[in-house]
Design a protein around this ligand. Structure first.
Ligand code: 11C
Length: 344
């Protein structure tokens, strides 16, 4: 006994991790439908040693599907998620298409699992850099209240997909071989200029908005407020792309409501928090790093310090696998929560 599950975008960086995660969690699947854009249709994929041929996603592809995991870009979700819902599926959408829609719960199970009960067919999976931050901040919000968040991110290229990983690899090879190359993808495929990412850092993720923030930064700001049910929370973000393949890192400054909280109390809370691994021992040089977090579902937190001037201010360093907790694992975790809460 299990569910008819569809994965839309099965050949992408996140889609592949979704399949691996479904398999490793032994998610109850009675039938699996693998879908993609027209371009990737025909690709062969193995799931539990069985070969599947990926088909081009169409409205009819969702007949009989109970749970549809979407990660094939916003336009595919906008077109096909409502078609899947019309046919009786619950959609877990990993794109930004519906995240700010007030009828769509935006869910990180460690923070707002109960919001799943409000779903009308579509559930949105937040942006990767938002997810890992709110998992670490929620225990602090619950215990001490939260006033302000200022975050700077150090994001891996896999957040921009398989092609961006290739671009980093090709540029790195070219530079080491002393060859010429022309950047053609990052920071944003459809933007006017493209810059080298190998041996470089690019302070632009997604396109600039009229207020001077990028769309990635606005996603972190707006999604954090929605997930934590705190429209009044002061949040600002600076999002930066690094030549790292997988694993987003974040330097986060927060101010809590409660005065006189100590760094040790914050560490103790995070030590006990669901989905968090505390790695914080400066004396032993222990702190999270992306290369060591890849392939793990948890959010890793370290470098926890009290601000030297602001008595309710704390600094911390948060790292997670952007393809797992940032995308595939959070989506599968939502599916597991739906089963647990008998919502599917
Ligand atoms: C990045 N955070 O690293 C983006 C990728 O809204 O789900 C995820 C985009 C999204 O480029």
């Amino acid at each position: 006994k299990g569910y008819h599950v569809a994965v839309v975008g099965a050949t992408g960086a996140v889609g592949q991790q979704m399949l691996q995660t479904l398999e490793s969690r032994n998610f109850p699947i009675s039938k699996l439908t693998l879908l993609s854009s027209e371009r990737s249709a025909g690709t062969k994929i193995f799931y539990k040693n069985e070969e599947y041929i990926v088909k081009a996603a169409k409205p009819e592809s969702f007949e009989g599907v109970q749970i549809a995991l979407f990660s094939a870009g916003g336009s595919v979700s906008r077109e096909l998620a409502p078609e899947a819902v019309k046919r009786g599926a619950i959609v877990i959408d990993n794109t930004s298409a519906f995240r700010m829609d007030e009828n769509v719960p935006l869910v990180v199970p460690e923070v707002n699992e109960e919001d799943l009960k409000l779903n009308k067919g579509i559930i949105a999976n937040p942006n990767c850099s938002t997810i890992q931050m709110v998992v670490a901040l929620e225990p602090l919000r619950k215990n001490y209240g939260l006033q302000k968040v200022i975050v700077s991110t150090y994001q891996a290229v896999s957040g921009a997909g398989v092609a961006a990983i290739k671009e980093l690899e090709q540029q790195s090879q070219a530079i080491l071989n002393g060859e010429e190359f022309t950047p053609s993808l990052l920071p944003v495929k459809n933007d006017e200029k493209h810059y080298q990412i190998a041996f470089n850092v690019i302070p632009q993720i997604d396109t600039f908005q009229e207020n001077g923030f990028t769309f990635e930064e606005m996603k972190m700001i707006n999604e954090t407020k929605k997930i934590m049910h705190m429209p009044e929370l002061q949040v600002s973000a600076t999002c930066v792309r690094l030549p790292v393949v997988t694993g987003h890192s974040e330097s986060v400054y927060i101010e809590v409501d409660k005065l006189n909280v100590t760094a040790d109390q914050v560490k103790q809370l995070l030590l006990e928090a669901d989905g968090v691994t505390l790695q914080d021992d400066p004396a032993q040089q222990i702190y999270p790093m992306p290369a060591y977090c890849v392939g793990k579902n948890d959010v890793f937190v370290g470098r926890i310090r009290k601000d030297l001037d602001q008595s309710n201010g704390f600094h911390m360093w948060i790292v997670s696998d952007n393809l797992l907790k940032g995308a595939a694992w959070n989506s599968v975790q939502i599916a597991e929560s739906l089963v647990k809460l008998k919502l599917v």
